[in-house]
Design a protein around this ligand. Structure first.
Ligand code: HEC
Length: 181
């Protein structure tokens, strides 16, 4: 066997051994997940509110969450910091730096805001906010954008009713798909 072949041989055996250990360490890999179980694991939220968990949160409660866990990066008023690639959460339309509209004016659905925050924010501690906190901080971001009053509240049944302005100037795949039914 040439030395190159010997090296490949050793690498191949190494892979096989590593895979055997990995398979023993992981639970039930290769088993089909029943569709009902999969639905329970899904975190997708649709514009019509499907997938939203029960609960609600007020703008006032959201202010506390925001100041505690979000403003350090996104700024006291959601102004972001594009030098650090931190998105602008609130504000009017097109900012002067031109390459990122505020979240409030570029995302068409408040339900997506909920889903994103629930899944990804804050980045160093994602999925740690409670459902109520996610509703509340979503309400606060909507308020900073002027879409909810100071004493406002959003919840499972009301979040889909928030009409985001970018619905008027973006095309929605969702509406197109929905209109086929
Ligand atoms: C450590 C800094 C940091 C903290 C704290 C933080 N964020 Fe973010 N956030 C980011 C960065 C960076 C991104 C962009 C991530 C990307 O595009 O992949 C982001 C993206 C977002 C977006 C999507 C914006 C868009 O238009 O794409 C939302 C909404 C958001 N954050 C909300 C929150 C909320 C609510 C909190 C508090 C619970 C929070 N963030 C805390 C850094 C932070």
């Amino acid at each position: 066997m040439s030395s190159r072949k010997q090296i490949l041989h050793v690498i191949a055996i190494g892979f096989l051994a590593a895979n055997r250990v990995a398979a023993e360490d992981t639970p039930a890999l290769g088993q089909t997940i029943p569709i009902e179980e999969l639905a329970g694991l899904s975190t997708t939220v649709y514009p019509d509110g499907e997938g939203l968990p029960p609960g609600s949160g007020t703008v006032q409660a959201g202010k506390v969450v925001y100041e505690d866990q979000c403003s350090v990066c996104h700024g006291a008023n959601g102004e972001g910091n594009m030098n650090m690639y931190i998105p602008i959460l609130a504000g009017t339309g097109k900012p002067d730096h031109g390459f990122h509209w505020s979240t409030g004016h570029s995302w068409p659905y408040a339900t997506s805001l909920f889903e994103y925050i629930r899944t990804a924010m804050p980045p160093f501690n994602p999925k740690e906010l409670s459902t109520e906190e996610v509703y509340a901080v979503t309400a606060y971001i909507l308020h900073m954008n002027g879409f909810l009053p100071e004493d406002g509240e959003v919840g499972k049944s009301t979040l889909p009713d928030i009409r985001m302005p970018s619905q008027d100037y973006t095309s929605s795949k969702w509406e197109k798909e929905e209109s086929q039914y």
